[in-house]
Design a binder for this molecule. Structure first.
Ligand code: ATP
Ligand code: MG
Length: 159
């Protein structure tokens, strides 16, 4: 369906407003002016965004900061990123982070709940949309997950 990107991102933040407030985590949404409406499977992309934002909240300390940004890379590609200033991920784990059930350091993840499926599902969904997803992280400083979505013509999107 044709989706307004700002509205979609505001709604993700709204779904987490209770937790964000409780933990004094600030969330900023930055949608550049050239970002246009895009055709996507809203439920599925919401699932991606919900996982990325829930990860950012889980692995960021109280009073942390999350930024969701949308930029248009070129005529055909939208890029959305979710960045936090949380605990980060060790270099040695980065290559496996999108695997099913992979979780960094069971001790730190155990009390956080979750199954380790979120990122693998996110990657499946993004790929099914014809996009790509990548994660960068600096241990102790934060994590940024970036995914792209192509602007498709209606006929392409219907397939
Ligand atoms: P689920 O998403 O199924 O509830 P999960 O959040 O543990 O469980 P993923 O979303 O796949 O699983 O993330 C895998 C692992 O990557 C997490 O367990 C965590 O160790 C690490 N991780 C993911 N996002 C972040 C982040 N923003 N900061 C630090 N570590 C992260
Ligand atoms: Mg998760």
């Amino acid at each position: 369906e044709l989706t307004d990107v700002s509205e979609m991102l505001e709604e993700v933040a709204d779904r987490f407003s209770f937790q964000l407030e409780q933990r004094s985590i600030q969330i900023d949404i930055d949608v550049l002016p050239d970002v246009e409406e895009i055709v996507l499977d809203r439920d599925r992309i919401d699932q991606v965004l919900d996982n990325l934002v829930s990860n950012a909240i889980k692995y960021t300390a109280d009073e942390g900061h999350i930024v969701i940004r949308a930029v248009r890379l070129d005529a055909k590609l939208l890029e959305i990123s979710v960045q936090d200033n949380g605990i980060g991920i060790p270099k040695k784990d980065l290559s496996r982070i999108f695997e099913r059930f992979y979780r960094v350091d069971k001790a730190r993840s155990r009390n956080m709940g979750g199954t380790g499926l979120g990122l693998s599902i996110a990657r499946e969904i993004v790929r099914a949309h014809g996009g790509t997803i990548a994660l960068e992280s600096d241990l102790g400083h934060g994590t940024k997950v970036t995914f792209t979505l192509p602007y498709l013509r209606d006929e392409e999107a219907a397939e």
